[in-house]
Unconditional design. Structure first.
Length: 276
């Protein structure tokens, strides 16, 4: 499947070399799974995008325009990925925000990534990254364009049998994976890290929290240490493209069961929240 791009509604894959998204990472993005021409969790993705625009003082794009542009790119492929990028636009040298902001919007579609199919449903291997996230409550939760922290953490390994790396903060609290959110289970308690100061408030994470009662779990959002995590019955990672993947090993610690995680996966699939 050839990638197709729209820049401000026009078929193009070019933007200005003066765009602040290129110069400073001054913008936001969303990555959305498409299954059978349906944009999964569209409303939730747009809600987070709007929240990010408000935090960064970028004028909010027209939600209906974004939806129409995304839908116009869909074809008959069973699965695909739509990405939306919003930048503050062009505007002089330096960090000062331009007086007349003209945000740029980029909407494009690409093939379903091959690497996702390699993630085992029977469990993935996870390592603990040496890099530590900084704290920044202003940027926590949103998907801004500056992903250097994730790039640095992901650069720590090349082993093909390791799917994901856990990143902690400087207080040694587990925050998330380099590309996914984290949950762990003990009995009927479902835990996920507090993301007040670091990390991304993932769409699938939010949906699982919302569905916790239907899933017969008591949910708790808290600071999680590595010691606490390794003492859990089950652990799983999630994002919009890979869905939910049980963890079978973190470093040398093995998790031998993921029955409750499988139940969560089934429920999310039934609600058309994650791709089958």
């Amino acid at each position: 499947m050839a990638e197709k791009y729209l820049v401000n509604g026009i078929s193009s894959n070019e933007i200005s070399a003066q765009d602040r998204g290129l110069h400073y990472g001054d913008g936001l993005f969303e990555t959305i799974a498409v299954v059978n021409k349906k944009l999964l969790c569209w409303d939730e993705h747009i809600k987070r995008l709007v929240k990010g625009c408000e935090k960064l003082n970028i004028p909010t794009p027209d939600k209906k325009v974004l939806e129409n542009e995304a839908l116009s790119l869909l074809d008959d492929k069973e699965k695909a990925v739509v990405k939306i990028i919003i930048t503050r636009g062009t505007g002089g040298r330096g960090y000062k925000i331009p007086e007349n902001i003209k945000p740029q919007r980029i909407v494009f579609i690409s093939s379903w990534p091959d690497h996702v199919n390699k993630y085992s449903n029977t469990g993935i291997n996870v390592r603990v990254c040496e890099y530590r996230y900084a704290k920044n409550s202003r940027l926590a939760g949103i998907k801004h364009l500056n992903r250097l922290e994730q790039i640095i953490a992901r650069s720590e390994w090349n082993e093909e049998d390791i799917t994901e790396g856990l990143v902690l903060d400087h207080d040694e609290h587990v925050i998330e994976g380099t590309m996914s959110n984290l949950f762990c289970i003990s009995g009927n308690k479902l835990y996920t890290p507090d993301l007040t100061h670091s990390g991304i408030d993932g769409v699938i994470r939010s949906k699982i929290i919302d569905l916790s009662r239907e899933l017969n779990f008591e949910i708790e959002i808290k600071n999680i240490t590595l010691e606490f995590l390794l003492d859990m019955d089950e652990v799983f990672m999630c994002n919009s493209i890979m869905g939910v993947r049980p963890v079978k090993k973190i470093e040398d610690k093995k998790f031998d069961t993921h029955k409750k995680t499988d139940t969560i996966i089934k429920t999310l699939e039934e609600h058309e929240i994650i791709p089958l």
